[in-house]
Design a protein around this ligand. Structure first.
Ligand SMILES: [Zn+2]
Length: 351
């Protein structure tokens, strides 16, 4: 997993990123549909995440790339638009352990990120210090935005796609941008939830938030409806389906044929939590992140053919990385690669 340090105004953060891709990115032509989508997202970003729009400007200026076509990639191609037809490759898991049940006495967020193994080489920890905002660590494979992390106040955010969401997608604030803005901007769960409930969201996703006060929230979100479950000193989990009755009409029925592991992961982690007889250690959390029985650590195999024509079976989708954050601590436990095969390492949050 790579590390990138970013500090300065939003425009300066963008120019840093732009210099990294200068000369390396060939921009394809963007059709009218993509350009229109990106323009709709830009309008929403101007109102709700203006700094991130400045960052996009900084990237296109520094990389000398056409802004409209670059934004079509970042805001359309890198959204989940193409992924909603299948739940088979969406297996993320995130949960929070309350401080009253953790060995450290502090709340913990733990997260497995599952996705196509094609993108694993791009995963990066962004250490971000936006001017006049909150320092944070963001896990990402995108130029701007990401899929979870923690900020200097101890606010953590993770996510899982709502793989069975059955409604339309809309231009607005995409998942990766929402998470980045939350970590840049907010000190606690309530403020982050207010943001998610206010902005026009693009996709169906489940956000999990926790702060060091012991407050946590599961935000089940779509462009049409957002439902939040708050918890104080309680255990919360997000897998890839809506758990609230209020959101059930916004997702397809989960059947044996399409369930994959979203139900078993929820059940397995709930059982693990209930079975804990003593304060929960980081080692115990690592053990459930490595679990194969319920599919928490997942490996979806497929056949590929090498350049020589040899038939080979390998992971097509798997748990690409994991992290564990004790909220209020200065270190994260990070596992680059599947946690069943790789070790966690302590990483300083702010370097
Ligand atoms: Zn595994």
């Amino acid at each position: 997993m790579k590390n990138v340090k970013l500090a300065g105004s939003y425009y300066e953060l963008g120019t840093h990123l732009g210099k990294m891709i200068q000369g390396k990115l060939h921009l394809p032509e963007a059709d009218a549909k993509k350009l229109e989508w990106a323009a709709g997202c830009e309008d929403a970003m101007e109102e709700f995440t203006p700094g991130l729009l400045e960052e996009l400007q900084g990237i296109s200026d520094a990389a000398n790339l056409d802004k409209a076509r670059l934004n079509a990639i970042i805001l359309y191609d890198q959204s989940y638009i193409k992924s909603f037809s299948t739940a088979s490759d969406q297996h993320c898991t995130v949960f929070t352990v309350p401080g009253k049940h953790s060995e450290s006495g502090k709340p913990v967020m733990a997260r497995n990120y599952d996705w196509s193994t094609e993108v694993k080489e791009y995963f990066t920890m962004h250490y971000i210090s936006p001017q006049n905002k909150m320092r944070n660590v963001l896990f990402t494979d995108h130029y701007v935005g990401g899929f979870g992390g923690v900020n200097e106040t101890g606010l953590a955010c993770g996510c899982a796609t709502a793989a069975y969401y059955n409604g339309d997608l809309k231009p607005g604030i995409m998942l990766s941008m929402a998470i980045r803005w939350i970590l840049d901007s907010f000190k606690n769960v309530e403020k982050a939830v207010k943001f998610l409930e206010k902005v026009p969201l693009c996709e169906g996703n489940i956000y999990l938030l926790a702060d060091r006060s012991g407050m946590s929230a599961r935000v089940e979100a779509t462009p049409y409806k957002v439902f939040t479950t708050f918890a104080q000193d309680e255990f919360l989990i997000a897998t890839n389906h809506f758990q609230s009755e209020e959101m059930k009409d916004l997702e397809n029925q989960i059947t044996d044929a399409n369930a994959h592991t979203t139900l078993t992961r929820l059940e397995g982690i709930s059982n693990w939590y209930k079975s804990q007889k003593k304060p929960i250690s980081i080692d115990s959390i690592k053990s459930i992140l490595r679990d194969h029985k319920y599919g928490v650590c997942d490996h979806i195999k497929g056949v590929i053919y090498t350049e020589n024509g040899d038939r080979k079976e390998e992971d097509l989708v798997s748990t690409l990385y994991s992290w564990i954050a004790i909220l209020g601590n200065d270190e994260l436990e990070v596992c680059a690669g599947s946690p069943c095969k790789n070790d966690f390492r302590s990483k300083a949050i702010f370097t």
